[in-house]
Ligand binder design. Structure first.
Ligand SMILES: C[S@@+](CC[C@H](N)C(=O)[O-])C[C@H]1O[C@@H](n2cnc3c(N)ncnc32)[C@H](O)[C@@H]1O
Length: 215
C-alpha cells in the first residue's frame, strides 16, 4: 500500500514538475529505504518541497516538528530558514535519531536542528519558546492532542502544518481511534474562529492552518 490518493502517473507528473530537492535529501531517501524499517514513514519530495516553500515564504525563524523519523522534513524546513533559524524536533525512536544526525552533520542546514528524544507530549510540556511553524507528523491517535498542546506555542500569524490529514481516506468514514482523532482535529480546525486553513490534497493530505490570534 502507498500513501498516494491520486493516480500514480499524475502523482509522478506533479513530482517531476516540482523543484528538485538537494542531492543529500535524495541520498537520505535511498539510505532510509535500505536501512530503516517502514521507510514509507518518510514524507518525500512533494511534502518536503511544500514545507520548504512555506517556511521560506512565511519568513519563519522557529519551527517545531513532532515526529522527525530520519530527518527528511526537518532538513527541508531548515533549508527554508535563515542562518540563525531553528527547528526543534521531537522523536521517540533512538535509531531514527542516530540516523538523522548522520545527515544533519553533512548538511549546511544541520546546525539549525535540535533533537529532543522522548514522547512528544512530554517534550512539548517542557518547551518555553514560541514557534512560527509547527509541523505535526507523529503517531496519529495523538494528532488532536498535538494540536491542542501546541496551539498556545504558535505565534499569532504562525502556521500549523499537519501531514497525513486524509489518512488514506479513512477520515471520510472513521472506524478506529486514529481515524477519529484526525477527523476530530480537522473538524475542530474547520469550525474554529481563530484559525484559517486550506486543506491540500497533496500526497496523503496536508492541512495548512494559520493561527489568527491567541487562543
Ligand atoms: C511519519 S514519521 C515522521 C516522518 C518525518 N516527519 C518525515 O517527513 O520524514 C513519524 C515519526 O514519529 C515518531 N513518533 C511516533 N510516536 C511518537 C511520540 N509519541 N513521540 C515522539 N515521536 C513519535 C516515530 O518514531 C516516527 O519516526
Amino acid at each position: 500500500m502507498n500513501n498516494y490518493l491520486v493516480k500514480p502517473d499524475i502523482e509522478r507528473y506533479c513530482s517531476d514538475m516540482t523543484s528538485e530537492e538537494p542531492e543529500l535529501l535524495k541520498e537520505l531517501i535511498e539510505t532510509t529505504n535500505r536501512e530503516m524499517d517502514y521507510p514509507i514513514k518518510l514524507s518525500g519530495k512533494q511534502v518536503g518541497r511544500t514545507l520548504k516553500l512555506l517556511t521560506a515564504i512565511s519568513q519563519a525563524r522557529t519551527v517545531l516538528e513532532i515526529g522527525m523519523f530520519t530527518g527528511y522534513s526537518a532538513l527541508s524546513m531548515a533549508e527554508g530558514l535563515p542562518e540563525d533559524g531553528k527547528v526543534v524536533c521531537c522523536e521517540s525512536n533512538p535509531r531514527a535519531i542516530e540516523f538523522a544526525k548522520r545527515f544533519f552533520d553533512r548538511s549546511p542546514h544541520g546546525k539549525k536542528i535540535e533533537v529532543h528524544f522522548g514522547q512528544a507530549l512530554n517534550t512539548i510540556a517542557t518547551l518555553k519558546q514560541s514557534f512560527d511553524i509547527v509541523f505535526i507528523d507523529a503517531d496519529k491517535r495523538n494528532y488532536f492532542n498535538y494540536l491542542k498542546a501546541t496551539l498556545p506555542l504558535v505565534n499569532d500569524g504562525g502556521l500549523i502544518i499537519i501531514d497525513n490529514a486524509l489518512w488514506q481516506g479513512q477520515v471520510i468514514d472513521p472506524q478506529d481511534d486514529k481515524d477519529r482523532a484526525i477527523d476530530d482535529m480537522n473538524r475542530f480546525i474547520h469550525e474554529s474562529d481563530t484559525l484559517e486553513n486550506c486543506f491540500l490534497s497533496v500526497r496523503d493530505g496536508l492541512n495548512v492552518v494559520r493561527k489568527l490570534s491567541s487562543i
